[in-house]
Design a protein around this ligand. Structure first.
Ligand SMILES: [Zn+2]
Ligand SMILES: [Zn+2]
Length: 428
């Protein structure tokens, strides 16, 4: 083989590798559109989309080519009963990442996170298995035609005239059938385990999805910087990113003061992505390590991009803790909105992961800012004068102790007996 041919072949292999990797499809079909198919199935509600999708879906015989990628790694935790282990949970969840293999919408109550929380891993097309009891289950959400016809016949006696109404009925019936199927699988998440399987007795805590360390400013910022740096390894690939949603907790101006590792001017698009948990997977693909969504950046680039701006929050799957406050399950003390002193009642709120990163940036900004001199002078007279109005009982107690100590010290010289004794000693 000539040198030129060889390099061409290597190049081709690399492209193939990147494609299969980014499309996250072990069995091929590396079409770029497959990457966004997850997005399509993740419409916010269980409406026409999901129902018609599932009715269109054929019953696919499980193929034998697909294998579980985690099974080959040496520190594979998917086969063990480890309900409290976050790494084990994430390993199980990752098995559902292939959009060609797992078709259950992330909006459904029987989404990948629900199965993974009860020990299931995805081992084949819409097939889950338990590593502990080895049970297997094929999740078939196609609304069965016969079930549909039977349902329809029930209703036929009432209304059989209008064709347009028939269509509406069809839809209502099929979504009802779909809901029933979902409910059945919901109970099977527990009951499909073997009688003796520990996963049957207890699954993961609801907080298992939490991204750890986001209340620690230092940890959060170092994680943010490393994601930012990974994204900025190819700054030319970074697409336009939508502004982060503004809430009472979020002030976009804070982002201007973010300091990157290099000290260069911040790329606001990369920063928004990094705040929302995205990091680089390959040159052209970014991913989330908590819902395992991958995004091909080519969709957002060029003169006429397929999508003009990337939404860094909405592109996470519905159950992702970067996006969903319930999944992150972390409460923060909301700063008192109004300055009125009457509102002392603490207000706690659960927030998603990206808001916690955002708050860490804001906190760090505050700490770096020089203290306004006005507040220093204002607090000084209070401490010297000792106006007791604002001090707490703890402070008051300490003050009393200090005062008593000082009084004892003052008393010492006036201890007459002691003085006399000392004088007598001096005489002898
Ligand atoms: Zn089991
Ligand atoms: Zn995510």
């Amino acid at each position: 083989m000539s040198y030129a041919v060889e390099t061409k072949k290597r190049k081709f292999d690399r492209i193939l590798e990147a494609l299969t990797d980014s499309a996250a499809s072990p069995a091929g079909s590396p079409s770029r559109s497959s990457l966004i198919s997850h997005n399509n199935t993740s419409t916010p509600s269980l409406t026409q989309d999901t129902a018609s999708d599932s009715s269109k879906r054929r019953r696919i015989a499980p193929t034998t080519t697909a294998t579980n990628p985690a099974a080959s790694s040496s520190n594979d935790l998917t086969g063990h009963y480890l309900p409290s282990s976050r790494p084990a949970f994430l390993q199980r969840l990752e098995t559902y990442r292939y959009v060609t293999k797992w078709h259950v919408p992330s909006t459904d109550p029987i989404n990948a996170a629900a199965w993974a929380k009860r020990g299931w891993i995805c081992v084949d097309t819409d097939t889950v298995a338990c590593g502990a009891c080895k049970e297997r289950l094929y999740v078939d959400l196609s609304v069965d035609n016969e079930a549909l016809r039977a349902k329809k016949q029930e209703g036929e006696a009432v209304n059989d005239e209008d064709a347009a109404e028939d269509d509406e009925d069809d839809f209502a019936i099929s979504s009802e059938v779909y809901d029933n199927i979902v409910r059945r699988y919901q109970s099977m998440i527990v009951s499909a385990h073997a009688e003796s399987c520990l996963w049957r007795k207890r699954g993961c805590d609801p907080s298992i999805q939490r991204i750890e360390g986001l209340l620690n400013t230092h940890l959060t910022l170092s994680g943010l910087r490393s994601r930012y740096d990974s994204l900025m390894s190819h700054p030319e690939e970074i697409p336009l990113v939508e502004s982060l949603p503004t809430t009472t907790l979020v002030d976009p101006d804070e982002l201007d003061q973010f300091q990157s590792n290099t000290g260069e001017t911040t790329n606001i698009n990369a920063l928004r992505l990094a705040i929302c948990g995205w990091e680089r997977k390959t040159e052209d693909v970014i991913e989330c390590r908590h819902c395992f969504r991958s995004l091909g950046l080519w969709l957002y680039r060029g003169d006429a991009p397929a999508i003009s701006k990337l939404d860094a929050v909405e592109n996470h799957l519905e159950y992702c803790p970067w996006r969903l406050a319930e999944a992150q399950d972390t409460e923060i003390q909301r700063p008192h909105g109004s300055r009125s002193t009457e509102e002392v009642v603490s207000h706690k709120e659960r927030v998603p992961g990206w808001v916690l990163v955002y708050l860490a940036i804001a906190k760090n900004n505050r700490q770096r800012r020089p203290r306004p001199p006005a507040s220093v002078t204002a607090s000084e007279p209070a401490s010297t004068k000792g106006s007791d109005e604002s001090i707490t009982s703890q402070q008051r107690e300490k003050k009393m102790k200090d005062l008593l100590k000082r009084m004892k010290e003052i008393k010492k010289p006036f201890n007459v007996k002691g003085l006399l004794k000392r004088k007598e000693k001096a005489k002898t």
